[in-house]
Write a protein that binds this ligand. Structure first.
Ligand code: ADP
Ligand code: ASP
Ligand code: MG
Length: 405
């Protein structure tokens, strides 16, 4: 009989120091002794990635994306080798692999590469020899044979993609909270832990800033039918299951998420002729920059204002692009990175009205000015001043009855 295969991912805080690595090794060893095959995916230790990014900026503010990836990928490589040693110490046969060694291939976009294929033969061979395989998260090999990273939080994606490629029985994401909550439990003390969450809701929460799972990993899990489990690495207790069709009571709002990593770009007095928006947003998209909320005003005397949000890290790139964009004439460009996007998510919104108006009145009562609004079938988002985001998150959490008793 073949053994069940689990992919287990441990995030930065779960592998923050050598003592943490020993604890992870013991946990993996327990699983091996219970008769499972294990692939471990790890992140860089603690705040290593942040430190590497800061160093890159110190050396050259406009550093090359290729070298940035070359640098950042080293964080995860420290963890894999140390964890292999810790497992050897615990008497477990284990082998570490970088993303490229594990057969993870990506597209050519540095710093936020997409996984295009996985060749898991080498991983499988090692599993067949009863070895634990430890894979460096957040990286793969691009068509130029260079290492590419998968965007912040990308180790989650490595784990899900490997689970799909290896047809694993389970993909477990171990982190520093014991599951997915109705809001970030570090911001909302009354947030409730969810036993299960529907994939669609998790996807909206993750892409709206609930960083407990990287949004692309949830997208991938949905596409390939990988059932995800989020649980704490610090205790043995049940976490949250992310399921395609979760059996949950039908509530209007499942959770609140805040994204403080967005910046707002405003173009004043844009010449309003057909094709302007197409040229503007094609230019931005061609630079692989994700635009989120877009607002365009009614034009007056042939001119209009357009505002949109982009990831904070891409604001400099957008600024440079707008200086030389052709066929888009405007009077003034303004940049504001002191914003946050707060979102309410729930599949129940599909069949209910009045959610948006309640969001607006809750914020109005707090004298919070709403700068931008966007909605989907199962989400309402508002862009507000960054400093008010936590308070607004708590107020919305209470207003929509999410506080735990
Ligand atoms: P890791 O290093 O393990 O990948 P992350 O820091 O990326 O961990 O994600 C875990 C963090 O996500 C938690 O510490 C928590 O503050 C935050 N978080 C944000 N929203 C939520 C939520 N809805 N449920 C649980 N955690 C959340
Ligand atoms: N180390 C990377 C980051 O900090 C990837 C990850 O942890 O998932 O974003
Ligand atoms: Mg993470």
């Amino acid at each position: 009989m073949t053994k069940p295969l689990y992919v287990q991912k441990f995030g930065g805080s779960s592998v923050a120091d050598t003592e943490c690595l020993r604890r992870v090794a013991d946990r993996v060893a327990l699983n091996v002794r219970e008769g499972r095959n294990i692939v471990v995916v790890v992140s860089a230790m603690g705040k290593t990635t942040d430190r590497l990014i800061a160093m890159a900026r110190e050396v050259h503010a406009d550093h090359s994306d290729r070298e940035y990836d070359q640098l950042l990928s080293t964080g995860e490589q420290i963890t894999i080798s140390l964890l292999a040693m810790a497992l050897h110490h615990a008497g477990i046969d284990a082998v570490s692999m970088t993303g490229p060694q594990a057969g993870i291939q990506t597209d050519g976009v540095h710093t936020k590469a997409k996984i295009t294929a996985i060749n898991p033969e080498r991983v499988r061979e090692c599993l067949d020899l009863n070895k634990v395989v430890i894979v460096a998260g957040f990286q793969g090999l691009n068509p130029m044979q260079d290492v590419a990273t998968l965007g912040r939080g990308g180790s989650d994606l490595t784990a899900v993609a490997l689970a799909a490629a290896l047809k694993a029985d389970r993909c477990q994401i171990f982190t520093d909270v014991d599951g997915v909550y109705t809001a970030d439990p570090r911001v909302v003390s009354k947030a409730q832990k969810l036993k299960e969450v529907a994939c669609d809701e998790m996807l909206e929460l993750a892409s709206m800033g609930a960083k407990v799972l990287q949004s692309r990993s949830v997208e991938f899990a949905k596409k390939y039918g990988v059932e995800l489990e989020v649980l704490t690495s610090f205790e043995v207790k049940p976490g949250t299951l992310v399921k395609e069709a979760a059996q949950m009571e039908d509530v209007l709002v499942r959770g609140v998420a805040a994204d403080k990593n967005q910046a707002k770009v405003t173009l004043r007095g844009v010449e309003d002729t057909p094709g302007v928006a197409a040229r503007l947003f094609t230019t931005v998209a061609d630079a692989d920059i994700n635009v989120d909320v877009i607002v365009q005003n009614i034009s007056s005397e042939g001119r209009t204002d357009i505002s949109f949000t982009v990831p904070k890290d891409d604001m400099g790139k957008v600024k440079a692009l707008l200086q030389k964009i052709e066929g888009v004439n405007f009077n003034e460009d303004l940049y504001d990175d002191n914003i946050a996007k707060v979102s309410l998510v729930g599949v129940g919104m599909r069949s209910h009205t009045g959610v948006a108006s309640k969001v607006f009145s809750t914020l109005a009562d707090m004298k919070v000015n709403i700068q931008m609004i966007s909605t989907s079938e199962i989400r309402v988002s508002v862009v507000i001043e960054a400093g008010l985001a936590d308070e607004a998150t708590r107020a919305l959490h209470t207003a929509f009855g999410l506080d735990q008793a």
